[in-house]
Structures are given as C-alpha cells and as structure tokens.
Design a protein. Structure first.
Length: 209
C-alpha cells in the first residue's frame, strides 16, 4: 500500500470511505457493549457480535491505511503499580476488543481513526494538484520499479512485506530507486539537450582529480 502522498484521487476517496465506515461500525460496537470493572473483556450483546465480524473483516486494511497516513496507532501502556508489569506499546487497532483488558478508553482509539480521516480529507485537494505535476508520475514509476522484485517474491509464495521491510530489502529498494532516478534524470536531460554539457562536466571533474 502506497503512502498517502503518492496516491491518486480514487484511492484517496476509497481509503477515506473505508475509514468513515469503520468509525461508524466502531460506534455501533461500543454502543452495544458494556464495561465491567472486574472483567477482562467487554460484555457484548447480539448487535455487537454482528458488527464485530464486519470490523474484523476490514481490520488489517484499516491498519495499513492508518500507517500510510503517517499516523501511529500505538499507545504506551503503563500497568497499575498494584498489579505491576512491563511498560509496552499497545497497537490500538489490533486490540480493539481488548481495550477492557488494558483499562483504556475507546476515545483513544477514535482519536487515531479521526486523525487519519482528517489527513485524507486534507489530501483530497492536494491529490488534484499532484496530477498536474509530471514529477508525481515519475515518482510513481520509480516506486513501481523498486517494488518489482518484492512483487515477484510475493507471487512465488514468500512473505513480501517481511522481505520488503528487512534490512537487505530496504537496501535493495533504495538502490533500485536511486538507479531508476538517475536513469530517468539522464533521459530527461538528454531529451532537453543538456546531456553533452553533463558529460563535459563529468569529464572535467574526473580530470581534476
């Protein structure tokens, strides 16, 4: 999934709708659950159990949409002194149904969702301006070239995300982006008639050394 600054209007609209629908489902869910102080899990009625299925179906994609809006869905959880334990980061999205366990308010979850909605709302106008920028399309092309090896890895059955996020994966992706950028830059310079001047500049720089 691409970062929100690298998407087209249709994709921005799609992500925004998914977030808004997801927020509505969460409201329905929490309106049909009950917090009980001594319980680890929320008490759900039939309506909550029905909407829980819908929430689970879209959960992973919503998580990716939020991450690619540049928003962290994590919150630092500090156990009560009387109980003890380790301080840790809690993923609010994948722990929607465990909020009671951590004694957290649903408001913290809604804060994350609403921040993401706001970011995609503001992005609607910016996306239109990007369509007029030729460098936007060059960037998309460079990203696609850099992602090709990982697309192939995913097609043959390996974990694409794991490979892409690994140290070696990031180096390979960065290298391909750099090579693609240089190739595109030279192609543009050649089209504009500046390639001879660039060659002369490189020749002089090497000669000085």
């Amino acid at each position: 999934m691409r970062f929100y600054t690298k998407i087209l209007p249709y994709e921005n609209k799609r992500r925004l709708k998914l977030l808004i629908d997801f927020r509505k489902e969460l409201i329905t869910y929490f309106n049909n659950t009950e917090f009980k102080f001594f319980d680890q899990y929320l008490s759900e009625n039939d309506e909550a159990r029905k909407v829980r299925i819908k929430i689970n179906l879209s959960l992973d994609e919503i998580y990716e949409i939020i991450l690619n809006a540049g928003i962290s869905p994590y919150i630092t959880y500090t156990p009560p002194p009387a109980i003890g334990g380790f301080i840790k980061n809690i993923d609010l999205i994948h722990n929607i149904f465990h909020i009671q366990m951590y004694k957290m308010s649903p408001a913290e979850l809604f804060d994350v969702i609403e921040r993401a909605i706001g970011r995609y709302e503001r992005n609607k106008r910016r996306v239109i301006f990007r369509l007029l920028n030729p460098f936007f399309y060059i960037g998309i092309a460079l990203d696609f070239i850099a992602e090709l090896p990982f697309i192939l890895i995913g097609r043959i059955g390996f974990d694409r995300k794991k490979a892409e996020s690994s140290f070696i994966g990031r180096i390979v992706k960065g290298f391909l982006q750099l090579v693609s950028f240089l190739a595109a830059s030279f192609a543009v310079l050649n089209y504009l008639g500046y390639m001879d001047a660039v060659r002369e500049f490189i020749r002089r720089s090497l000669t000085k050394n």
